[in-house]
Write a protein that binds this ligand. Structure first.
Ligand code: HH2
Length: 257
């Protein structure tokens, strides 16, 4: 899954794809490089990010979705039912909701009615405050229990279970140690029986484990190592900014497994 953030402020590619033409070209390039789907977002969820209005999110996304319609498999990265509704009419196939249907009470119905795929992600708190001393007794079992509960919620709301994938939410209300514990024990999330998505690409924990306590991003080399580890531990969808390099790394990992 390639990442295209149509935002001025995303943590690693803010501004790069804010122009619709550039975003469309990036999405097409990622598919050529081997992505199966491109995740398009109009609101940053980086630590400390302020929410974006519905109008602003639609203004950023609609021209990009219109240009990609019917040409590229698209996932829409939003927590807003209205954005998802518009994206689905413009051909999006998957709704990627970092709030796991807790943000907008209408979103579950929109996904259920459309028959789209759905990604449910774990986040402790909300982006503005999520990195303020996150605490867990056991991060992996708490994340797994949360995802199991949100999976039940989505199914009860009418989303077909076989359309749902789960994401432990690397970097969303987690310390460096929490993130690596989740990667180490990813099989406990895989055991829930749904495809698992991991989005560790360029995240700050990768820069911090390399020794920079103030890092806000991680380098490509670390992102590739994390992607290969996640793949080896059972992840089926890797959400990444650097598609070509990740496809190459995963091809080697697959050949050796
Ligand atoms: N990470 C980000 C955004 N959406 N969705 C899922 N399912 N999993 C993730 O790990 C995930 C996500 C944050 O990364 P990015 O989109 O590059 O940055 P920003 O939120 O600053 O736009």
């Amino acid at each position: 899954m390639g990442v295209v953030n149509v935002t001025p402020d995303s943590f690693s590619d803010g501004g790069v794809n804010l122009d619709p033409g550039t975003a469309v070209a990036s999405a097409r390039r990622m598919i050529e490089e081997g992505a199966a789907i491109v995740d398009i977002g109009g609101e940053s969820t980086r630590p400390g990010a302020e929410p974006v209005s519905l109008d602003d999110e639609l203004r950023r996304l609609v021209p990009v979705l219109e240009a990609l319609k019917g040409k590229v498999a698209v996932s829409i990265d939003t927590a807003k039912a209205e954005v998802a509704r518009r994206a689905l009419t413009l051909g999006a196939e998957l709704v990627n909701d970092v709030t796991a249907l807790r943000g907008d009470h209408e979103l579950a119905g929109v996904v259920a009615e459309s028959g789209a795929y759905l990604c449910l992600m774990h986040m402790l708190g909300e982006p503005r405050t999520m990195q303020d001393e996150p605490r867990y007794d056991d991060v992996v079992s708490e994340v797994a229990r949360f995802l199991e509960e949100r999976l039940r919620f989505a199914v009860d709301a009418g989303v077909a279970e076989d359309r749902i994938c789960l994401d432990p939410g690397f970097g969303f209300g987690k310390t460096v140690e929490h993130n690596f514990e989740l990667l180490r024990r990813l099989h406990e999330v895989v055991a829930l029986g749904r495809p698992v998505v991991v989005g560790s690409s360029r995240k700050r924990s990768l820069g911090r484990i390399l020794g920079d306590p103030e890092a806000t991003t991680g380098p490509l080399s670390a992102s590739l190592a994390a992607a290969v580890m996640a793949y080896d531990k059972g992840a089926t969808i890797l959400r990444v900014h650097d598609v070509r390099e990740t496809v190459e790394a995963l091809t080697v990992a697959e050949a050796a497994s």
